[in-house]
Design a protein around this ligand. Structure first.
Ligand code: FAD
Length: 469
């Protein structure tokens, strides 16, 4: 017999039940990753593709150490798998499940085809604490509100992750050309290397460092974008170099050893819970990235404002914290959560530009661009989502900046042309007195743009449009 393990968003060895099942089989085991071209699937964005490339290279090496060779192919998944099955004499195929309805249909069709070809298949959960079809309200319906969902999830047995598998196989050589050989590193990604260490070992390090150094400050510190307090685990979770069960387990073990930090640990786990909630929504709402979850939002008259959209994308809105966020995104492929909310609110509310434009830009530029978290979070900010921010909640990015970045550290880092401004004007440079601006080397309209939108009147315009729904 020969086993196939099909990797997708689970690029790790530990807590990987599909890999463990393949290793339990007698005979050969082959690992496969497919860059899928099937039109029903959402194509990966460019920044996430960069991450995926390096994660695959790492995975290929880690698998070679336990004697398993990784093949990376491009094409329609079914055709690729059928060819590998034939070539390697596969008798058993294993994979970990994914949850977008289109992905589920797609995988079910492949399962059926393999069955007909005499291949035994089995799928597992590695991506979630609780799969969307495994939890429901008392009435048996999907959850639409986070708190009861989280309460129900929290009361379940603690999921325990599986260890990195032992293998009796001998290490095999790593191919000189690497594994993901069709990828050419784009020029804009050069700077990503300064910010990230990709791979399963790095993910575990990041988690341990977070628990030991940052967790104690997490509940308040997580809203201060100028400080590195959050875990920055999101890209590892997106690509599955770490799984939520591992995070859950290690965090609870840490809290047990440090009882004074139990409250902080709960807060952190509840954020991981939001990811679970997003997947719950994704599974039950097939069009989450295209259709507003609340139907009335389909009637909203979005503005067509290509120049403003481009200014937003490039971090030239003249609103410092927004520009800082959009530039952090461009430079690193990641943005702080508080700032994600502010930039999204400016786009979907003050600028009244369709949230799907913002979602698409994030999809292309985030290394953690996630099929569930990204659309669910955009709909949350836009107000059209499940359990969304109320329509009248329109962030004021200036007062938000003053509250969460009081000394302007975040703005100074990402918008260096404003670095010389005193704290008082760092979040509203266009209001600063001329002599202060001159001393700081800032000329509005020249070294830094004036605000592309008036926050007061645009807020009212959004309120009117939303109220009319
Ligand atoms: P931590 O605070 O350390 O949290 C740990 C983990 O919990 C995160 O890695 C993430 O998996 C999960 N998490 C935390 N906050 C949220 C949240 N609000 N919603 C869902 N899961 C959460 N997250 C993505 O992973 N991918 C996306 O594409 C994405 N797009 C977003 C778009 C918008 C407009 C907004 C407002 C938020 C988006 N988020 C997305 C959620 C959140 O901003 C990120 O998960 C978080 O900033 C990642 O940083 P971290 O790992 O340091 O978070």
């Amino acid at each position: 017999s020969a086993a196939l393990v099909w990797f997708r968003t689970d690029l790790r060895l530990a807590d990987n039940p599909a890999l463990a099942a393949a290793l339990r089989q007698e005979g050969d085991a082959t690992a496969l990753f497919i860059h899928e071209t099937d039109p029903a699937l959402r194509p990966i964005g460019a920044a996430a593709r960069w991450w995926q490339h390096h994660a695959l290279e790492r995975l290929g090496r880690d698998l070679a150490e336990i004697g398993i060779s990784l093949r990376v192919k491009t094409g329609h998944a079914q055709a690729v798998i059928e060819a590998v099955v034939k070539d390697a004499g596969i008798t058993h195929a294993f994979w970990n499940r994914r949850y977008a309805p289109a992905e589920c249909d797609h995988d079910a069709a492949i399962k059926q085809a393999l069955k007909q070809a005499g291949v035994e298949t089995q799928s597992f959960n590695s991506h979630l604490l609780v799969e969307p079809f495994d939890i429901a309200t008392g009435a048996g319906t999907p959850y639409g509100v986070f708190s009861p969902f989280w309460k129900a999830l929290r009361q379940r047995d603690n999921p325990s992750p599986a260890r990195r598998p032992a293998s009796h196989r001998k290490a095999i050589p790593v191919p000189k050309a690497g594994f993901d050989t069709d990828y050419a590193e784009p020029h804009w990604a050069g700077k990503f290397h300064d910010h990230w260490r990709v791979g399963e070992a790095a993910a575990l390090d990041v988690l341990d460092r977070f628990l030991n150094e940052r967790l104690k400050d997490y509940p308040e510190g997580r809203d201060i974008p100028g400080k590195d307090i959050t875990s920055q685990l999101s890209p590892y979770l997106r690509h599955g170099e770490i799984g939520p069960r591992q995070i859950w387990h290690r965090t609870l073990a840490f809290a047990e050893a440090h009882p004074a930090l139990a409250g902080q640990a709960e807060k952190f786990l509840s954020e991981v819970g939001w990811r679970e909630f997003s997947y719950h929504l994704l599974h039950h709402r097939p069009d989450i990235a295209r259709k507003p979850m609340q139907e009335k939002y389909a009637r909203l008259a979005w503005r067509d404002a290509p120049a403003a959209l481009e200014d937003w994308r490039r971090g030239r809105t003249g609103i410092p914290i927004v520009d800082a966020g959009m530039r952090q995104l461009w430079e690193t492929g990641w943005m702080h959560n508080r700032v994600r909310m502010l930039v999204a609110s400016l786009l979907a509310k003050n600028l009244l530009i369709d949230w799907r434009e913002g979602e698409a830009w994030f999809w292309d530029t985030l290394v953690d661009a996630d099929i569930a978290n990204n659309p669910a979070s955009w709909q949350w900010v836009a107000g059209s989502g499940a359990d969304a921010a109320p329509y009248f909640r329109i962030f004021n990015p200036v007062t938000q900046g003053e509250r969460h970045d009081p000394a302007g550290d975040y703005v100074r880092k990402w918008v260096p042309e404003l670095a010389g401004l005193p704290d008082q004007w760092i979040h509203k440079p266009a209001d600063g007195p001329t002599d202060v601006l001159r001393k700081a080397g800032v000329t509005i309209g020249k070294t830094y743009p004036g605000p592309i939108v008036d926050l007061g009147t645009s807020r009212q315009r959004a309120l009117d449009a939303l109220k009319a729904l």
